[in-house]
Ligand binder design. Sequence first.
Ligand code: NAP
Length: 513
Amino acid sequence: MATASPTAPPTRIAAPDEGATSARVIIVGTGFAGLGMAARLKRAGMDDFLVLERAGDVGGTWRDNTYPGCACDVPSALYSFSFAPNPEWSNTYSPQPEIWAYLRKVAADEGLLPHVRFGRTVEGARWDDDRRVWIVETSQGAYEAQVLVAGLGPLSEPSLPDIDGIDTFAGSVFHSAQWDHDHDLAGERVAVIGTGASAIQFVPAIQPQVGHLTLFQRTPPWVMHRSARPIKPLERFAFRHIPGALALTRAFVYAVRELTAVGFTRRPSILKRGEKLARAHLHRQVQDPELREKLTPDYTLGCKRVLLSNEYYPALTQPNVTVETSGIARITPTSIITADGTEVPTDTIILGTGFHVTDIPAAHAIWGRDGVKLADQWSESAAAYLGTAVDNFPNLFFLVGPNTGLGHSSIVYMIESQVTYVLEALQAMDRLGASTVEVRPDALAAFNEDVQAKVAGTVWNTGGCKSWYLDAHGRNTSLWPDFTFAFRRATRRFDVEHYVIRSADGELVDADG
Ligand code: NAP
């Protein structure tokens, strides 16, 4: 398995002055994307960058999602940076506190913290074509940069359901990504809305303490056995001391995960085998035929994210749990009324309703050349060249942009591919004496046509479900429809021929000349 090019770890602490409001590069966000970009810049000796973070700590989604039971469903060996292997994971699938701690450690070890400006919520970013800079407005004033890297994360803005009467509810309501740890659920009548990756983790964690839990399920997910287990002391010893042991495990996990892409992207018929396994899992764990029926999906496995859990179904069989499938008609100050008129008295509502993924809120606050608003340019559908660059938006690079999400492997691998691409772009700009690089519209259009043609045949588009992978027009603007190594190959060098490149005085630069 290819890993990011090995560059030397940082030896200097050089960073822009504490009061600096400009830098060559501004990165937004400190999740895997923002920190990955910052670390690679630092290792390349490019210290002139700032990282803007709205919160008071690094970590992105792994800082924000602290709900009980939160863990990763991609094995730890692969869900980490290739340049910062971690032999200390406690489990083959890491719990959230460990992943957050890992990210904090990477930020400290790589010397990134002096670059981070905490408590800066980005309110908007505007390209100034005369001065060829991005002006980034934050809650603590404006910053300027030649290059803007958006590491916002598609799973960062909670999606709150617009259910009639929800504002009138007198009890507590909170989203899984904004868990209220001061709220004691013991003995309460709790309603959970949603049955996605988050809910299936926190439902079994809270079920033993609540009085009664009503799970409002709109669509049953496919759930499979989760093969998580603690890392044995001998394994940890090997990871710490035997060169290549961790890398080999990572390569093995990568290869196995990559094989599953065949089913998702090329031959959905293969997924029938997975459906059999998932059905057997359900049959083993749920004896009640009526409950089983409710929990059996009617779409192809993989159309929505395949969920891994050994605790979810058993929790739903407990006497203090009801799975409600008739839909929510409205909410009163004290209860939830279902579509068939049943009243469910409720003390607390927990929303496991996911995130704004395809309707990226930030797109409404980014203005490119000639004042073009990104949300307007994306009004049909979001598209970015290699999920990274957009015409009319010079020197702006997205990490985990459109069509770079995954249904089968580690997003960290995709992030590292994009980070290499951005690094290569910066190096090309230096080499060519360029002040701006802007992707050619025809290059973006051709790339997007290819992606959309490929994605049309995937299970995400043909599997007979609705999911957050599809935008309001039914287009899949979220997932990469191929092997991840194909993306790695496409992003291994900055392809200047697909960009309009201008010098400091605005003249076109002939990159081939
Ligand atoms: P999600 O997968 O988008 O699930 C949202 C759930 O809420 C769905 O069951 C959805 O039903 C339901 N829902 C949304 N609006 C509703 C409404 N108005 N009324 C009733 N039900 C409603 O969100 P998530 O569980 O937070 O997960 C999001 C993503 O985060 C995952 O796909 C995954 O990529 C990531 N994640 C990963 C992990 C991990 O282990 N690595 C853990 C958690 C999350 P429908 O299905 O009918 O739309």
